[in-house]
Design a binder for this molecule. Structure first.
Ligand code: GLN
Length: 469
């Protein structure tokens, strides 16, 4: 097996047993990036010198047994936007710092839709990412660079963010595992904010076990993020070994209606049958407010984005328009030149939804529907342990296919936005492919703070798919 195909588990034990060095592992990934990323475009910033130093430290730790967590600050972070094209953060992101403390080597920062707004990675201000499984297709978004980097063996694992599906949908399009933890399970300190009541950090990985290992490393209360929950964290890897026999899995007809591609439907149905043969009981459930999820999400997400993005004014962050004559002109031109079309569209929509006179009709109404969507899940979870659905209504679409039609693009999130709105965890696990060999993802949604169960179901499914048992 190539070094770049190792899972976290295998890589870690190989380094620990001195069969390979962390340095060789990092070098192998950079060689792979060098070879592949010209056509895929998954990375925006590489930090090789820093990564090799960290790898060297890891190698010394392996021989001396001394933990030495290094800092993560100082690597350019753009959020895929021109307005941050020179931004070097002066502080550490908690999730990244926790990964490094657990021995990870950060290779670089990946491409994404600008400020995580998009479903195809075509909204990056730098360049789109191509799907490693078919270079004519999108990798999904917004964490398309993270999904593509893992799918193309340019990284062992990656972090992404999910506000409306941006970990699970690209995982599904690229044929990797993507986990969105419960809202509050992972600190967002250091994550560039899009919509604060919806943003989550989570892993994209080659296996469910790797996703569990990463969650273990990054989960837990952080005094720097007041929304992070102070709750016990299970041993996610140990939980994977528990049997799935007897678990009740809900299937909601609202996730199998019009707009679902036939091949995706068929493949997901087969995956659900497989789970039945593993001893799970499939129970019909109803999530009646699902048809309102997309409009609700796009009102709340744009409203919060319009407020979060007010800080990019040319004064405090990197891009400032040159040659301006007044302060008003500086604000106006910096924002005009620094933000892309989709970001501007959302700032305008969100500002409108929050404005006096429209607040009750749009924002407040959306918050009420959000409560109804959350109640749908609460009622369903009174009867079942997890809910299984397709991750996305289609497999990866072609570059350019939806980029001129924002509404068609928004519909790509139809099965994922509900979990963000309700704050529940969700995972996408590969469950097959179309005739054109495009990956299809099975989504498993869980109760608040019950990542252990969805990881367990995903792991059992993944194992049965490999062993055929
Ligand atoms: N595609 C959705 C959007 O454009 C979700 C993005 C995300 O989860 N960051 O808002």
């Amino acid at each position: 097996m190539e070094l770049t195909q190792l899972s976290i588990e295998n890589a870690r034990s190989a380094v620990q047993e001195r069969k390979i060095t962390a340095l060789a592992l990092a070098e192998a990934h950079y060689a792979r990036i060098q070879k592949e990323d010209g056509q895929i475009g998954a990375f925006l910033t590489l930090c090789k010198e820093r990564a090799l130093e960290q790898a060297d430290r890891i190698d010394r730790m392996a021989t001396e047994g001394k933990p030495l967590p290094p800092p993560t600050r100082g690597v350019r972070t753009t959020a895929g936007s021109k307005i941050l094209n020179k931004y070097i953060p002066p502080f550490d992101c908690t999730a990244v710092a926790r990964m490094e403390a657990a021995g990870a080597v950060v290779l670089g920062k990946t491409n994404c839709d600008e400020f995580a707004m998009g479903s195809s990675n075509e909204n990056s201000a730098f360049h789109p990412v191509r799907n490693p499984r078919d270079l004519g297709r999108v990798p999904g978004g917004s964490s398309g660079g993270s999904a593509a980097a893992v799918a193309a063996d340019m990284a062992v694992v990656a972090l992404g963010s999910d506000t409306g599906g941006s970990i699970r949908q690209p995982a599904s399009f690229c044929g990797v595992v993507g986990l969105m933890p419960t809202y509050g399970r992972v600190s967002r300190y250091g994550l560039i904010a899009f919509a604060s009541s919806l943003d989550h950090i989570g892993p994209l990985a080659k296996t469910v076990k790797d996703a569990a290992i990463v969650l273990q490393a990054i989960a837990g209360r952080d005094p720097m993020d007041s929304t992070s929950a102070d709750l016990p964290i299970p041993d996610y890897v140990a939980e994977l070994a528990k049997p799935v026999r007897g678990l009740k899995l809900g299937v909601a007809k609202e996730y199998f209606g019009d707009g679902l591609d036939d091949e995706v439907r068929h493949t997901v149905e087969l995956a659900i049958d497989k789970l039945k043969t593993l001893g799970c009981e499939v129970v019909p459930v109803s999530l009646p407010h699902t048809p309102y999820a997309i409009p609700t999400y796009y009102v709340i997400a744009t409203a919060e984005a319009s407020s979060n993005l007010a800080r990019y004014d040319g004064v405090r962050y990197s891009y400032r328009a040159p040659g301006v004559k007044s302060m008003a002109e500086m604000y106006r031109r910096s924002r005009d030149e620094g933000f892309g079309a989709e970001v501007k569209r959302r700032i305008m929509l969100g500002t409108y939804a929050l404005s006096a006179g429209y607040y009750d009709a749009y924002y407040l109404k959306a918050q009420k529907v959000r409560t109804l969507l959350t109640r749908d899940f609460e009622e369903a979870f009174a009867k079942v342990d997890a809910i299984v659905t397709p991750t996305s209504p289609t497999a990866a679409f072609r570059l350019g296919e939806k980029s001129n039609d924002p509404l068609a693009m928004y519909l790509a999130d139809i099965y994922t936005v509900t979990a963000d709105l309700a704050g529940i965890p969700g995972i996408s696990v590969p469950c097959g492919a179309t005739r054109e060999k495009l990956p299809i993802g099975l989504q498993i949604l869980g109760k608040h703070f019950d990542e252990a169960t969805i990881l367990r179901v995903a792991h059992a499914y993944e194992r049965s798919a490999y062993t055929g048992s």
